[in-house]
Write a protein that binds this ligand. Structure first.
Ligand SMILES: [Zn+2]
Length: 150
């Protein structure tokens, strides 16, 4: 898609205004927007790079994001413990980050990972192994849960 095409379509903007307004959408510069209020977090979807299963939805602050880039392992910010949370640091279930994607507004992320341990969740199956994804139950009939991983 070319910028020029968009510019022609949205003719009410001057060229300068257009590029200013759309800067974060079209730039190759990282302008990660953590917001201005609260703990300054962005949501992070974590997906298995091979299966594309969603494993975790968590949050990152600037420090967590930078630690993820530096270390190559998925790191989040724990809202309950109010501290950095390197997934698998104690359990060994580390998530190796193969690729990071960012959305149009630069206010959320996808970590595409290879799980190095037995799973991604802190909850355990009957076998004692962690669930491979946090989304191991399906909502049924609007108010019940059905296990889809055992
Ligand atoms: Zn979980």
């Amino acid at each position: 898609m070319s910028l020029q095409l968009c510019y022609c379509t949205i003719g009410i903007y001057s060229e300068q205004e257009f590029y200013f307004d759309m800067e974060k959408e079209y730039t190759t510069e990282l302008l990660l927007d953590f917001g201005k209020d609260g703990d300054q977090l962005v949501p992070v979807v974590t997906q298995d790079i091979r299966t594309k299963d969603v494993l975790i939805l968590a949050f990152a602050n600037k420090e967590a994001f930078e630690e993820t880039v530096r270390s190559g392992f998925a790191t989040y910010y724990s809202r309950s413990r109010k501290e950095l949370w390197k997934k698998g640091l104690t359990s060994g279930d580390l998530l190796k980050v193969e690729e990071i994607r960012i959305n149009c507004d630069q206010n959320s992320l996808i970590y595409l990972v290879t799980p190095l341990g037995k799973g991604a969740c802190h909850a355990k199956k009957a076998s004692g192994d962690p669930y491979t994804t946090c989304y191991y139950r399906r909502v049924i009939q609007g108010n019940r849960l059905m296990f889809i991983e055992f």
